[in-house]
Write a protein that binds this ligand. Structure first.
Ligand code: 4AD
Length: 435
């Protein structure tokens, strides 16, 4: 039997075809049953079962069909401008459940007013909905766009282990576990490993999970997220900014081409170069100028971390992707390069986008062995377990830069989603690792 994908039905008007999929909606109106069939590649088509057409016995069987039953169906394709989705209706001549009995009535209805915990418990069913599956398809597309961008520039994709014994982004957010007789962690970032292959592979990137044991209950924090990280030899700070701009423009352009974006965030603008750039010092002044206060209802002072709320308020006010740069030394990790003109600040740039705030953390890396060791000491890090990282500075060190981007935050920003949990298949949050 040849089953036609819903997307090809336009060419089959007035013909009899076979389709298969799941019953996305079921509604009976007297002697008519209206169905929506969702096919395996995400097409939706309205179908109608009439007792007149299929006969009384088959109609009685069809009345037993419930939502999410998998079916095979035969029908005549009819043009109908009132039909939702593709303006076609399938007039069913035969319909059978794939399993001999129909699925039990869904004991659970997903409604827009179902609370977030219920929706998360039922995530496996929520994912069958149009909203969630559109987001997952969009996420796939964006992941491809990043990969395309890297491959076009001849990057090599690598996959460092996510089981590690060194920290990257501070000890407080490490998930530690027993690795046989030793302590190990789930990685916070693959950056340090990417740096080790620069002399052999050149420009490299990875798309891997990172883990953060962050007790943050915000709309943009996950405990496990997909981290797109890249590292480039010979790149100094300005080249890093330029690269990130090109990448973001490429991904936004791809996003803008999809009908899914149109549904979620039609007013998204593709940013143009150069992006807004605000140094940390300027940001502290701007926050005061825009009357944006910190968590304790006071204005932030130089040296304070800029928390999520004010950071987002700042970029929402600016209204387009913005680099926040030159953080004071000590505010960011040991591996970031101190600015040669002003060693009190770092050659670091976060990229902030409206509705989310930070989506990228990037920097030039400290390539000087002595300064690196000094910085590790200042941060209270024992350099011994990092011997493999430090060796990079002994054997052929070069200026280099890189960054990490949170894929879910990028999707959240592009689609204007309220919460980052909507951008993952099965979100891992501070109080949830199920399903
Ligand atoms: O700024 P972060 O901590 O930087 C690093 O990990 C660098 N070592 C990356 C690198 O240079 N290769 O994290 C980078 C990005 C953030 O900008 C954010 O988008 C995302 O990772 N991120 C999170 N996303 C979701 N939930 C969390 N808890 C996240 N923590 C960081």
């Amino acid at each position: 039997m040849k089953y036609i994908p819903v997307k090809n039905l336009q060419d089959k008007v007035n013909e009899t075809v076979n389709v298969r999929g799941w019953l996305h909606h079921v509604r009976q109106q007297g002697r008519l049953i209206f169905l929506v069939i969702r096919d395996p590649i995400g097409g939706y088509v309205q179908a109608v079962v009439k007792s007149k057409t299929i006969g009384e016995v088959a109609f009685k069987e069809a009345e037993k069909l419930t939502r999410e039953t998998a079916v095979t169906a035969e029908g005549v394709v009819k043009k109908d401008d009132r039909a939702p989705y593709i303006g076609l209706e399938l007039q069913i001549t035969k319909i059978d459940p794939v399993i001999r009995y129909a699925s039990p009535e869904l004991e659970y209805e997903i409604r827009p007013d179902s609370g977030p915990q219920v929706l998360l418990d039922k995530r496996h069913l929520v994912l069958r909905g149009e909203q969630a599956s559109n987001i997952m398809r969009f996420r796939d597309l964006i992941t491809r766009a990043f990969r395309e961008f890297f491959f076009q520039r001849e990057f090599v994709e690598v996959a460092p282990s996510t089981i590690v014994q060194t920290q990257v982004e501070g000890g407080s957010t490490l998930f530690a576990f027993k690795y046989f007789d030793h302590e190990a962690y789930l990685t916070q970032s693959s950056q340090l490993y990417l740096e080790t292959v620069l002399p052999s592979l050149g420009n490299v990137f990875c798309v891997l999970p990172s883990f953060r044991a962050e007790k943050s209950r915000t709309r943009r924090h996950l405990t496990e997220y997909t981290h797109i990280e890249a590292e480039m030899p010979w790149y100094e700070f300005e080249e890093l900014l330029d690269f990130m701009e090109d990448m973001i423009i490429y991904v936004y352009t791809k996003a803008k081409e999809t009908p899914i974006l149109e549904k979620f965030n039609p007013s998204l603008d593709i940013p143009s170069k150069p992006f807004e750039l605000v140094t940390y010092e300027q940001a502290i002044d701007l926050l005061r100028e825009y009357r944006i206060k910190g968590e304790s209802e006071t204005y932030l002072e130089y040296g304070d971390e800029i928390p999520e709320g004010p950071e987002r308020a700042l970029v929402d006010r600016i209204g387009s992707p913005t680099f926040l740069t030159h953080f004071p030394k000590g505010m960011k990790p040991f591996y970031m390069k101190l600015n040669p003109q002003n060693p009190e600040v770092m050659n670091a740039a976060d990229l902030l986008i409206p509705n989310v705030g930070e989506i990228i953390g990037g920097s030039q890396r400290e390539d000087d062995l002595d300064i690196l060791l000094e910085r590790m000491k200042e941060e209270g890090l024992d350099s011994k377990p990092y011997y493999w990282y430090i060796d990079q500075r002994k054997y052929g060190t070069v200026p280099h830069s890189g960054f990490g981007l949170g894929l879910e935050r990028q999707v959240q920003g592009l689609l204007n989603l309220d919460h980052i949990r909507e951008a993952c298949l099965y979100p891992r949050l501070i109080n949830r690792a199920t399903p």
